[in-house]
Write a protein that binds this ligand. Structure first.
Ligand code: ATP
Ligand code: ZN
Length: 283
């Protein structure tokens, strides 16, 4: 049995549950439950505040946890990063009032900076040889400059709309963060084996998300060119169409090269291009 800690409620909660579901792990999530057991996988799930997860994983109260990198690095606990999960993306940034002159990080010298991330903020300032006052506050950091509590803030940003509505501008990025899977440093062989099974599923889900299944028709005299554009998992599947002189080509395309390839395929004579999502992908 492996004990997994995920956020009880908040920005990572839904995506963490979705990931488990996509991995075929069934868990019931009662509204006020503290923990639950998966029905078809040796996994127990604890619902916790994200700030507490690194500590629980370090102590072995939970064996693994899903939490933002920002929290893991801020808490500075001794845990092992297992996998980046691709959701909960944000950055930890310093912002100042929009009207304020800002030329370089040295502008922060002697300023008061409000943040919920005192450790990472201090580390950044020290690295840059800046002396500033750090005011730790636990929430609503973005209003601190407006109410005269601080000259700058260091806070999480995703779209930047919160900064905008509070009259702030982003001036330094300290960290790019996303949700990660962390584990306790001393798992037993049996626990590592369960973790391996979970990871195998996570990889299949991640791979599928990064790839699309593509079906297209091509005239036979253009097949060589079309096929050369499609890397696929092995070589593409080619099936004859009822319409003589034409074939149907099936393959897998990665998300990054997707639009480029579609254009090239069209230019090479491909028609009736269909693109469908892949649910799981095991290589
Ligand atoms: P908890 O009650 O568990 O302590 P919280 O209020 O500290 O929750 P949330 O706001 O739910 O935390 O954010 C959880 C995590 O989501 C953050 O630590 C971060 O990794 C990620 N995240 C992604 N985008 C953002 C964003 N724009 N603002 C804040 N967090 C974000
Ligand atoms: Zn929190």
């Amino acid at each position: 049995m492996l004990k997994l800690a995920i956020q009880k409620s908040g920005r990572l909660h839904e995506d963490s549950l979705r990931l488990l579901k996509e991995c075929g792990i069934g868990i019931s999530n009662g509204a006020n439950k503290l923990k639950t057991e998966a029905s078809n996988f040796p996994l127990q799930v604890f619902f916790l505040r994200d700030d507490d997860i690194p500590q629980y994983v370090e102590d072995g109260v939970a064996d693994i946890g899903i939490v933002g990198e920002n929290v893991v690095y801020e808490k500075n606990k001794s845990v092992t990063t297992v996998e980046k999960l691709g959701f909960g993306k944000c950055r930890l940034s310093i912002a100042v009032a929009r009207g304020q002159e800002y030329s370089s990080v040295q502008t922060l010298n002697g300023k008061r900076i409000a943040t919920s991330y005192p450790f990472l903020t201090a580390q950044f300032l020290e690295k840059n040889g800046v002396q500033a006052d750090i005011h730790e506050i636990s929430g609503s950091v973005e209003i601190a400059p407006g109410i005269g509590l601080a000259d700058a803030i260091c806070d999480l940003v995703s779209s930047g709309s919160t900064l905008l509505t509070n009259g702030l501008k982003e001036v330094e990025t300290i960290l790019h963060s996303e949700a990660i899977l962390v584990r306790n440093n001393d798992l037993t062989e049996a626990q590592l084996q369960i973790l391996g099974k979970l990871l195998f599923r996570i990889h299949a889900v991640k791979k599928a998300k990064n790839n699309k299944y593509i079906l297209l028709n091509a005239p036979n005299d253009k097949l060589t060119e079309v096929i050369s554009l499609l890397p696929g998992m092995k070589s593409p599947t080619v099936l004859p169409l009822a319409d003589e002189g034409w074939s149907s080509v099936h393959s897998v395309l990665s998300e990054d090269e997707f639009w480029d390839k579609i254009e090239q395929l069209k230019a090479a004579g491909a028609q009736g291009i269909l693109v469908v999502p892949i649910e799981k992908m095991v290589l």
